[in-house]
Design a protein around this ligand. Sequence first.
Ligand code: MF3
Ligand code: CO
Length: 255
Amino acid sequence: MARPFKIGIKSKQEIAILRDAGKILSAIVESLKRSLKSGMTTREIDALADSLIRKYNVVSAFKGYRGYPGNVCVSVNEEVVHGIPGAKVIKDGDIVSIDAGIIYREYYSDMAVTVGIGTIDPVLQKLIETTQSSLSLGIEQARAGNHLFDISHAVQNKVESNGFSVVREFVGHGIGRHLHEDPEIPNFGEPHEGPILEEGMVFAIEPMVNVGDWRTKILNDGWTVVTADRKPSAHFEHTVVVLKKGAEILTQYYG
Ligand code: MF3
Ligand code: CO
């Protein structure tokens, strides 16, 4: 049997810090999103992330994490997650996933978005919309009294009923004093199973959704996760806190 999850409950004070961390991160990701343009290299996106992270006086949660070299992850088309910024040029018709995490006053926040560059194929548009709404539906299940895998099931159901597949080798996670805390949050599962959710639990929920098969491979750089069939993949992530009546999205951008 799998080891039991020890899910931390954050205090009101901790949640207040996580709320500020989420606000800052959402502003950083919003700026990155708006600056994406055909012809840019993924390294330029990372450089921009670096300057935004400095501007807000926070620290990248990813740079140096297990030796990860970038400030953010930039994953293009068939790249699922953990794309290392480099010489790759993004072009019209691509889909680009930006995953960013910061540390603010010793607390972590984590989020990801996928954006289409210029005019994209309708299938890719549907992929992006489905992934984003699967995240919203998962978040809706993150309320006190529900089971953890109610979140997983809601994501999987949305994705598969639209003809796409959910990645299984990578999952969401608890977050707080560390980037990755218990529990693991798969994007597939049975409803009414898993630990019961309580107020004050903080989760990074992150569906990774493929046009084709769910299987993935890691490239020789040791990081970049690609779909095994090299078909495109999308990724959205929010950091949320479980409350009595529902979840509060800490990384929601309000402008
Ligand atoms: N959002 C990803 C995660 O939660 C980011 C990790 S990238 C790494 O796992 F570079 F930090 F590993
Ligand atoms: Co994450």
